[in-house]
Design a protein around this ligand. Structure first.
Ligand code: HEM
Length: 146
């Protein structure tokens, strides 16, 4: 599929008969990823990257929680590190990662289910707008301004 042009993919989508691919097929708006799939290439790459970062964070989180087994003094010194201003910036980036993955994931799930396929770009930018407001509010809150 990777070498197929947009017109080949659209012809495949429009052909009557058995469906040879999952999902609604290539978007008529031409928003294809590098493998010819129906969503934006950069959004796809970022979705994968943020998904992997979140999996990494999940394990890191479990490892950090195991400090509780060591005792209250190790937990207190850990809290001293993570509540420093520099470290809080990492937390904002982590929340940004989650917000992007979650909101873009809603778009992927909708479009993959054949819902509002022709409004894919609008859903994406609506999600990113909501995400931008959410991350701005989060950053202000984390740094104590809100
Ligand atoms: C916030 C709610 C979330 C939503 C709505 C969501 C949605 C999705 C969707 C729809 C996909 C499939 C993407 C595709 O088919 O191209 C996906 C992939 C993935 N998600 Fe999530 N997700 C969420 C949270 C998470 C969390 C918390 C983690 C990690 C702990 C995670 C890790 C992943 C990974 C690793 C993939 C595979 C990415 C890839 O293969 O490109 N997701 N997510």
């Amino acid at each position: 599929m990777s070498s197929s042009s947009l017109s080949d993919l659209v012809a495949e989508r429009d052909r009557p008969g058995p469906v040879h691919h999952k999902g609604p097929g290539p978007a008529a708006n031409g928003w294809l990823d590098p493998r010819g799939r129906e969503h934006g290439g950069r959004a796809f790459a970022l979705h994968r990257l943020t998904g992997l970062v979140l999996v990494f964070y999940l394990y890191l989180h479990l490892a950090v929680l195991s400090l509780l087994l060591v005792g209250s003094s190790s937990w207190s010194s850990f809290l001293g590190i993570v509540t420093a201003k520099g470290f809080l910036a990492f937390e904002v980036v982590l929340i940004l990662t989650l917000i992007f993955h979650g909101l873009n994931g809603i778009r992927v799930a909708l479009v993959g289910s054949g819902v509002m396929v022709s409004h894919e770009r609008a859903i994406f930018w609506a999600g990113m707008t909501i995400g931008a407001v959410a991350i701005a509010g989060t950053a202000l809150h984390v740094f104590g301004a809100l």
